[in-house]
Design a protein around this ligand. Structure first.
Ligand SMILES: [Zn+2]
Length: 177
């Protein structure tokens, strides 16, 4: 039993399917893509550093999460608007592998981490992004898909600890080009 909840848990009944599904943000016909507007103008020197990704190049941006419970949780997004792997231009798809390897190395360099989980859900925004969740060393309850569930229920980590981890990840990424 590795769920972050005590027994007894009662399995819920599946609800009837909702078809068509509600439009996601950034989907054609849906609300405008907030990521596209946030990612535009990154080279504006007047812009506050806190309002910029942790790190970015012409293709990718590594971003802070909010309400972080496990320091080192970050997410990577494409600079341009594409929905999923199936939609990435070939050059971007080719750079994805080396890019997530760099992010994984940067997170592992924080130390005290057993594994870095990479999740691509895409159910919220239609702008391509993947999540990186470092599983703390020895936190065996949080193996596999349990990690994001635990991340939801753990107390928020001190902001300075989160910021320190983010700064280290950004520096490691910049040094590993
Ligand atoms: Zn977008």
């Amino acid at each position: 039993m590795t769920l972050p909840y005590a027994e007894p848990l009662v399995r819920r009944e599946l609800q009837p399917r909702v078809i068509p599904e509600p439009l996601r943000v950034g989907e054609p016909g849906g609300d405008p893509c907030g990521l596209c507007s946030w990612l535009s103008g990154l080279d504006d020197t007047a812009r506050d550093a806190e309002d910029k990704p942790l790190w970015y190049d012409a293709d990718w941006a590594l971003c802070r999460a909010t309400g972080v419970t496990i320091p080192g949780v970050v997410w990577l997004t494409s600079r341009a608007h594409h929905d999923s792997f199936a939609d990435l231009p070939d050059a971007l798809a080719r750079s994805y592998g080396p890019m997530i390897a760099r992010v994984e190395r940067a997170i592992l360099a924080l130390g005290d981490i057993a594994r870095v989980h990479v999740y691509r859900w895409g159910d919220g925004s239609a702008h391509f992004h993947v999540w990186f969740y470092p599983r703390p060393l020895g936190m065996l309850e949080a193996k596999r898909e349990m990690l994001p569930l635990w991340a939801e229920v753990l107390p928020e980590a001190p902001k300075e600890v989160v910021a320190d981890a983010e700064d280290k990840i950004a520096a490691a990424l910049a040094a590993d080009s």
